[in-house]
Design a protein around this ligand. Structure first.
Ligand code: KG4
Ligand code: ZN
Length: 340
């Protein structure tokens, strides 16, 4: 099986990116993404607009992915798609498209769990990137997810902790909105924080037992703090923007690192892989590198384009499942709350 060339077409449509990729075994031949600008003016993803945009994008995105891969539809061995979790309307577009195409081409259909895919993205073959050995801890941090997962093999994963309210990316975005930054605010906070003092303002960390996270209290604390300060000084935000951003980011990183340290302590596992859009954050990357020196961790951050929502990560899961003959039938349905 291993010497054979397996071509997988992968489709991802769980949130606000319509994406398609083609893999030959564990190598990405093409990875196409159509983002959706339509949400920017609302300060967050509007589900109904997302599904409509997916419908417009999916045919050209898939077409481009196949074209860029330099193969023809007839060369495909299977179609992998995101079954969940995600927005129902968005998932339905990708699921229906994948089912129809698999029927039309008469090739197997492979359902993929989006959260597993964020983790297994580390097994895409790329020069200069190492694949984590089992067992390892995966921390998936994005606008939609915050999880720490114990990974014992490709498909043996246990969620050790997750957010009980907002995702970490939402914490960045909602805090940014309070101080007047546009959506998504995460990258802007990251940039401004680099010029600020992370200890200028102190925000209390939430008290959540075990390895679960909570971020909604932080957002409220920031809101009250800003309301109080701007009452006394209407120019407070403008005068202290860098320090505010640095302090918000510092608090969020502390919350993440405290839980990661606890997960390492509880499991004895020191290989740590991160994924999701928030792993682009320079402060988090630095904190992980510090962890390597301080605590003997080995950390893994995938190539940026496989970190945010993308179809290549769906494709690698498709390839791994293909090898096991783990296919889905035409009755498979999208599942917005699909668990690992
Ligand atoms: O993975 P992603 O592209 O989409 C999903 O949410 O699934 O993640 C987007 C999130 C947004 O909340 C955005 O603000 C955040 O990732 N983000 C960042 C940075 N880059 C993206 N947050 C902090 N620092 C960054 N550099
Ligand atoms: Zn995601």
């Amino acid at each position: 099986m291993n010497s054979q060339k397996i071509y997988i077409l992968a489709i991802e449509s769980s949130c606000d990116d319509t994406a398609a990729a083609v893999l030959c075994n564990n190598v990405v031949l093409s990875n196409v993404i159509a983002g959706q600008k339509v949400h920017a003016e609302y300060g967050g993803v509007v589900p109904e607009l997302a599904s409509r945009a997916h419908q417009q994008n999916i045919v050209p995105v898939v077409h481009q992915a196949i074209l860029k891969a330099g193969i023809g539809k007839k060369d495909l061995n299977a179609i992998a798609f995101t079954r969940g979790p995600g927005l129902m309307g968005s998932l339905l577009v990708g699921t229906s498209f994948a089912k129809s195409l698999s029927l039309g081409l008469n090739i197997p259909l492979i359902e993929v769990n989006h959260m597993q895919a964020h983790i297994l993205a580390h097994y895409i073959k790329e020069d200069g990137f190492n694949m984590p050995p089992f067992p390892f801890l995966a921390m998936t941090i994005s606008g939609g997810h915050t999880q720490i997962v114990r990974v014992d093999s490709y498909f043996d994963m246990t969620v050790l902790g997750e957010t009980i309210d907002d995702a970490v990316g939402e914490a960045f975005d909602k805090s940014g909105k309070i101080i007047g930054l546009g959506y998504p605010a995460g990258p802007q906070i990251d940039k401004l924080a680099q010029q600020g003092n992370p200890k200028a303002f102190k925000f209390t960390k939430p008290k959540v037992d075990g390895l679960n996270f909570s971020f909604s209290g932080l957002k409220t604390a920031i809101l009250y703090f800003i309301q109080k300060e701007t009452k006394q000084n209407p120019d407070f935000i403008a005068q202290h923007l860098n320090d505010i951003c640095a302090s918000i980011q510092y608090t969020i990183i502390q919350i993440l690192m405290d839980k990661l340290k606890l997960a390492v302590k509880q499991t004895g596992i020191t290989h740590i892989a991160i994924g999701g859009g928030v792993s682009a954050n320079s402060g988090i990357r630095k904190a992980l590198k510090d962890g390597e020196q301080k605590y003997g961790w080995t950390t893994y951050v995938p190539k940026f384009e496989y970190t945010t929502d993308n179809a290549a990560m769906i494709g690698i899961v498709g390839y791994l499942k293909f090898q096991e003959g783990n296919f889905s039938n035409q009755n498979v349905m999208a599942s917005s709350r699909l668990k690992i």
